[in-house]
Design a protein around this ligand. Structure first.
Ligand code: FES
Ligand SMILES: [Fe+2]
Length: 414
């Protein structure tokens, strides 16, 4: 733990936003990377981005670059973009296709499985077998590519996410394809990006398009997860939700919500609910932008929000889905990317219609989150009290602090 983290803990208050340094300090960012980000399974992409042998994409986390590449045996591998000679990056393009990975510096050449194939003029005692590319843990689950940068054995993937098997199968993620990628690089600490996504207190003032597609009582009660709103808010939305669940279950949709607490490894979240009455999909007029995904036979007027961790979310409508990646890069920059997915066989999908809601919403989120960071940079910033619609932030904060061995008791009583 850095000295900055230790000294900043003195300003912690339960039910309040974090002290300034948690959102600004390079030292605390390094603590976050070491204790949290490099130890979690992170949603990095979808298999449809690299359909053929040799196809690769780069995925950048902090100062790490991971090459996600498909080999000749159809496996998806994840390698650190670091040459085993003197450390040059191997790939500079964000994506491409390569029969071999040839280092641009002195031309050491690696296979798609990471093995060193050739290195010129090396001494007799040099062993190529000891100089393959460093691999990251990688797992493909229903077409979704997850990486884990841990040097130790990572959390067991199936024990952590196996519960989502039936849901991901029903939505057809394995057979989906990427229809559009939106990039929203955000000048803010990763925790500000995450906190913004874990509350819907800001939805009404900041997101007119988003609010136009959803029932106000649903956004109040469960807009950012099963327990994100005030307890009493379910009184008006609960019966609507129960009636929809009955219909959706009769159509074969696997139901159920997940609401992990701060003691869990990945703080997973699953919320399935209705959209605004008459809305089939999250579009301007509520009509679909593509064909049905997955095992559905008909439209069920529902939508799903699933978080594999605070950094990795899915929102799925009946006809398209979005993968949200919130990837820390530096203390005050975060890559925010959305990958829009449609059914793999869909041909007549309307990208403009499909991205209308979440592209605008995410541009708005970029602005409000960057404004949040700018205000926090002021020395007059002080942690502020959370509302009853920001309960998810208290859970996230406890989860976050636990990874650093901190609790609110570490702070003196206010
Ligand atoms: S650094 Fe890659 S071949 Fe020298
Ligand atoms: Fe938002």
């Amino acid at each position: 733990m850095s000295d900055t983290l230790l000294s900043s803990a003195a300003g912690l208050r339960a039910g309040y936003s974090l002290p300034r340094q948690f959102y600004t300090s390079e030292a605390i960012f390094a603590d976050d990377m070491r204790e949290i980000i490099t130890r979690k399974w992170i949603l990095a992409g979808h298999v449809s981005q690299i359909p053929n042998a040799g196809d690769y994409v780069l995925f950048k986390v902090g100062q790490e670059q991971i090459i996600l590449i498909r080999d000749t045996k159809n496996a998806v591998n994840a390698f650190f973009n670091v040459c085993r000679h003197r450390g040059s990056t191997l790939c500079s393009a964000e994506q491409g296709n390569a029969r071999r990975l040839v280092c641009p510096y002195h031309a050491w050449t690696f296979g798609l499985d990471g093995a060193l194939i050739s290195a010129r003029l090396m001494a007799d005692d040099f062993d190529k077998a000891d100089n393959g590319l460093f691999a990251a843990h990688v797992r493909v689950f229903h077409g979704l590519i997850f990486v884990n940068l841990s040097e130790d054995a990572p959390d067991d993937f199936d024990a952590t996410f196996g519960e989502f098997d039936a849901i991901l199968d029903y939505h057809g993620f394995a057979d989906a394809k990427v229809a559009h990628i939106g990039r929203y690089p955000t000048a803010a600490n990763w925790k500000l990006v995450v906190e913004n996504f874990l509350e819907c207190y800001h939805c009404q003032p900041a997101h007119p398009e988003f609010c136009s597609m959803h029932p106000a009582e649903a956004l109040l009660a469960v807009g950012a997860g099963p327990s994100s709103g005030p307890n009493e808010a379910m009184e008006s939305y609960g019966p609507v939700l129960a009636a929809w669940e009955e219909k959706a279950a009769a159509m074969g949709r696997p139901l159920g919500n997940v609401d992990d607490g701060p003691e869990t490894s990945h703080l997973r979240l699953l919320m399935q609910r209705t959209m605004r009455e008459g809305y089939i999909s999250e579009t301007a007029d509520g009509l679909p932008a593509s064909s049905l995904m997955g095992k559905r036979k008909d439209w069920d007027f529902g939508r799903m929000h699933l978080a594999f961790s605070p950094m990795s979310h899915i929102v799925a409508d009946n006809d398209f889905a979005m993968l949200f990646r919130f990837t820390p890069r530096t203390a005050m920059t975060t890559d925010v990317d959305i990958l829009w997915l449609v059914d793999g066989k869909a041909e007549n999908y309307d990208v403009d219609k499909m991205i209308w809601g979440w592209d605008r919403t995410t541009l708005q989120d970029k602005t409000i989150t960057e404004d949040n960071q700018t205000g926090i940079l002021s020395h007059r910033y002080a942690p502020g009290r959370y509302s009853t619609q920001e309960r998810g932030l208290e859970t996230f904060q406890k989860w976050y602090l636990r990874h650093h061995g901190l609790t609110h008791q570490d702070a003196p009583a206010a």
